[in-house]
Design a protein around this ligand. Sequence first.
Ligand code: NAD
Length: 355
Amino acid sequence: MMENFIYQAAPMRVLFGAGRLADLNAELDRLGIRRALVLTTPHRLEQGNSISAMIGDRAAGIYSGAAMHTPVEITEQAMQQVKLLSADGVVAVGGGSTIGLGKAIAFRTDLPQIVVPTSYAGSEMTPILGETQDGLKTTRSDLRILPETVIYDVELTRTLPAAFAVTSGINAIAHAVEALYARDGNPVISLMAEEGIRLLASALPRLVNGDNADARDDALRGAWLCGTCLGAVGMSLHHKLCHTLGGTFDLPHAETHTIVLPHAMAYNAPAVPVAASRVARALGASDAGQGLFDLAKGLGAKLALRDIGMPSDGIERAADIAVQNAYWNPRPLERDAIRDLIARAWDGERPKAAG
Ligand code: NAD
């Protein structure tokens, strides 16, 4: 039972719904943006072009070099475009990588951002920016980084390949799982967390079984709620482990989260029985860790870190790094149990059973 808590809402405007991108011009005007720089990844340049055409003379140009983990060299290139084109705002259209670039520009310039997320990663809801330079990732939190406006247009998630929709959706669920046992958690965020997990867990099976408008709507709504959780409270073991594994072995973000989550949940469950039962309830399962594993397995996701590029001799190294930098976790970090967790995730085994 949480007796004392602080709840602080983030000052953002959210527009949600199918076809909502049509409101982009009005939102640019609302923020006084007259020369927007449109951001995409190289693969999504076409989408950048069509958005640029849609906003007409409110577009200053497009920068389509966004890349995973927000490399500082890329941000510097984009910053040159910001200056050259005298951009007075950014429109980031894409997943966490593109949104990261918009945030990196906003951190340096305090320019207003409109974000149009097309995956479920949730970065749009947070004041957090992770950047990489010379192979090192640093993370900072600052209100300048928080987007002013987010437009969730369900139509834009139609093109998500099913396998990426699954891992991106489970990446979102991970934010809500850790929010339910966060040290600075609160009842409002816990409500959002449970509903976010419920929406995604019910939507993802429907999504992989065919094109389904209701499922897409539920999944994006779930991702919004889960992203809000990530922006509002502190994360622990699961996110730190994924950060370590991703950074050390250059593993793909959403797939790493999908594989590690059931194991991190099972590790923490004995210390947080109420949160674990809420996760299980949201999944419609009898056990949180096993239920998360069954969800990922049923959706055909990869279940083993070895299948996404982690070498076997990385297990010991990852266990060392995971316990080196002390951080808060509801269950103390025990080297042997963490090593066991990583070894199971490496092999694709079920998470350790409770009790
Ligand atoms: P991503 O943005 O790298 O997208 C993966 C690929 O999918 C890209 O090529 C992208 O162009 C493509 N894509 C995205 N949406 C698509 C769509 N609707 N249709 C077709 N293709 C599409 O991956 P991601 O998982 O969304 O984001 C991961 C990154 O975000 C990581 O760098 C992670 O650290 C960061 N992140 C940051 C925060 C934060 O709060 N700072 C939160 C979550 C994630």
